[in-house]
Design a protein around this ligand. Structure first.
Ligand code: 5RP
Length: 296
């Protein structure tokens, strides 16, 4: 029963201090609602505004990718090291324990395979199912210059609208067809279109020339994909350059789970992204955590 006889007048009103309402620091995100900000703050570390996302959604169009054959065995041990997990709902339900505290970025477009035109995607998850899965964000592929560019932009806008109704942010993922060049001009176009269409953060590729212009031209946080497997030092160098030129993190897949020692690699990537470690020092960390003899 409420203690109605002994209601005390509060005293600690701090009348000399204005109400604390700090701006939300994540790029381009200050005007969002509380739920959106809270979910983004689970993905991007509020201390440094950066993230190490682990992408394991490759099977949605290319089947059992090397390193992802048994997600229950190879990937689950990596999840605690990731700031977010990019994953399909099928993998989430079948192979990822629900006890994880890592936020989920749910792959929400699909509908094609490597045997057909890749840009021919549709929305592959209902917003109700995303809510049911406690998704912290939704991810949609956008194929600027692709055969189904218009349809893929439509997918993005529909998912953004659905997510907005529930306070769930959307990641726009720039899918680049083989015939297109991944240069700053193209990536700048594709990332900016994603942001203009309402994506709350954008995933793209790193380019050696003028990546800083791509990052500056995108008004929301940009994360880079790892792309095809590189030697570990090169992958760490790419992450380092991207961060120093304005990326807010990585959404890396093959360059982590296709390493001989993925647990060591994801920690080395974290050192670059969160601790601003040099690629060389992060590589030493990779070697020592992985018990890999120097020179291998
Ligand atoms: C597919 C994706 C993948 O999740 C992502 O590109 C894979 O990451 P990586 O290139 O680092 O293996 O978005 O289009």
């Amino acid at each position: 029963m409420a203690d109605l006889d002994d209601v005390q007048d509060g005293k600690n009103y701090h009348l000399d201090k204005p109400h604390q309402s700090a701006a939300f620091k994540l790029k381009g995100s200050n005007a969002l609602d509380w739920g959106m900000k809270n979910r983004l703050a689970r993905i991007f570390n509020p201390n440094d505004g950066r993230t190490v996302m682990l992408a394991i959604d490759h099977g949605y169009f290319q089947g059992p990718t090397t390193g992802l054959e048994r997600i229950d065995i190879s990937i689950v041990p990596l999840v605690p090291y990731a700031d977010a997990l990019m994953v399909t709902r099928g993998t989430l339900r079948s192979s990822i324990p629900p006890e994880i505290s890592t936020p989920v970025v749910l792959r929400s477009s699909g509908g094609q395979s490597i045997l057909k035109e890749l840009s021919n995607e549709l929305i592959a998850v209902d917003i109700e199912d995303a809510v049911r899965l406690n998704a912290s964000a939704l991810a949609v592929q956008v194929y600027i210059g692709g055969a189904h560019e218009h349809q893929s932009i439509g997918n993005l806008t529909k998912v953004v609208d659905a997510g907005n109704r529930h306070g769930i942010p959307t990641l726009g993922v720039t899918g680049v067809g083989k015939e297109l060049v991944r240069d700053a001009k193209y990536l700048g176009l594709a990332t900016r279109i994603c942001a203009e269409m309402g994506a709350h953060f954008v995933k793209t590729y790193y380019c050696e020339k003028d990546f800083a212009r791509v990052a500056a031209g995108c008004p929301v946080p940009l994360v880079i994909a790892g792309g095809k497997k590189l030697p570990e030092l090169e992958a760490l160098q790419m992450a380092y350059e991207a961060i120093h030129e304005g990326a807010a993190g990585v959404d890396m897949g093959r360059n982590i789970f296709q390493c001989k020692t993925p647990e060591a690699m994801i920690q080395a990537v974290r050192a670059v992204v969160h601790d601003r470690e040099t690629p060389e020092k992060a590589y030493d960390l990779y070697l020592s955590l992985g018990n890999i003899p120097i020179g291998r």
